[in-house]
Write a protein that binds this ligand. Sequence first.
Ligand SMILES: Nc1ncnc2c1ncn2[C@@H]1O[C@H](COP(=O)(O)OP(=O)(O)OP(=O)(O)O)[C@@H](O)[C@H]1O
Ligand SMILES: [Mg+2]
Length: 306
Amino acid sequence: MGDDEAVMAEALEGLERRVLRALAQQGDSDLEVIGSGEISPVLRMRAGGKDYAVKRLPIFSSDAALEAYVESFRAYQAALARAGVPSVSSRIIVATRQGGRPVAYCVQPLLDPTALCVERLRRMQVTPARRFGEQLFDIIASVVSDRLGLDAQLSNWFVRSEAEGRFELGYLDLTTPLMRDDVGREALDTELFLASLPAALRPLVRRFMLRDILANYYDLRSVLRDLLGNLIKESLEAHLDGWLGLANARVTPALSMSEVRSHYAEDARTWALLQRLRRVDRGWQRYVRRRPYGFLLPDSIERRVD
Ligand SMILES: Nc1ncnc2c1ncn2[C@@H]1O[C@H](COP(=O)(O)OP(=O)(O)OP(=O)(O)O)[C@@H](O)[C@H]1O
Ligand SMILES: [Mg+2]
């Protein structure tokens, strides 16, 4: 093990101890949450004088399961790179074991807030925002296919470099590899995603929701609809009108504002319901079964629905 690796291993072990404390108690006050998605929070970690953004993955059932995951994680980044989308440099590192089961984290260098696309757009006037949107949508359109999926929400993109109004964009949300083989089989073990849901809910989601949830990421129209709807969540509605026009230059049938809004509202309701059910499950595990709950929950994601 090199020095860097030893330092990283120690930092992750320390973080995992804090995560376990947070899971045993309530809340995650000991942890510095820098971003909150629907599945798991992104935490800040310091190691060797540098800052990292890390995400704790669901606990893997075996080393083989972890290796399969790492393979799909790498394959996804390679496929994105081939399609012209560089990713932030990311590693999967095992922090510890629970029994024989590896507890792993996705580790990325912490990006400067000013590099995040959400923050960029917040500071843009309508005209540069249009140019920016144009470039973003071109990239998305060139990536998304039946074989390669993308969660293209603005919060998943960052600016690698910028010169004379040309942006080189990078992608950061890599822990759910969205790739299919030629017979339409997902590269990702979808059970891993389901593991974060209450056990009673899994068969239902597996049977009735998973296919549709995943299908949305492989279809340009749905991907852009989702991106547009999310501008509402990010309080970036000022750009919704302009970006809807950009999207409609790339998809048929055209998206209407009411479709974008109603989809966003429906999506927000679905995720809010899932989060509520996960919190109920957590209460059940903690207070009735008297055992720590296995996942950090994004406790209060703001959702704007009107
Ligand atoms: N490397 C990073 N540097 C700085 N901020 C980051 C980094 N990675 C993530 N973030 C912040 O955390 C937010 C959520 O990250 P990300 O999209 O990876 O997770 P997520 O949406 O919670 O994913 P999922 O719900 O699919 O697990 C980002 O939008 C960003 O604000
Ligand atoms: Mg994300």
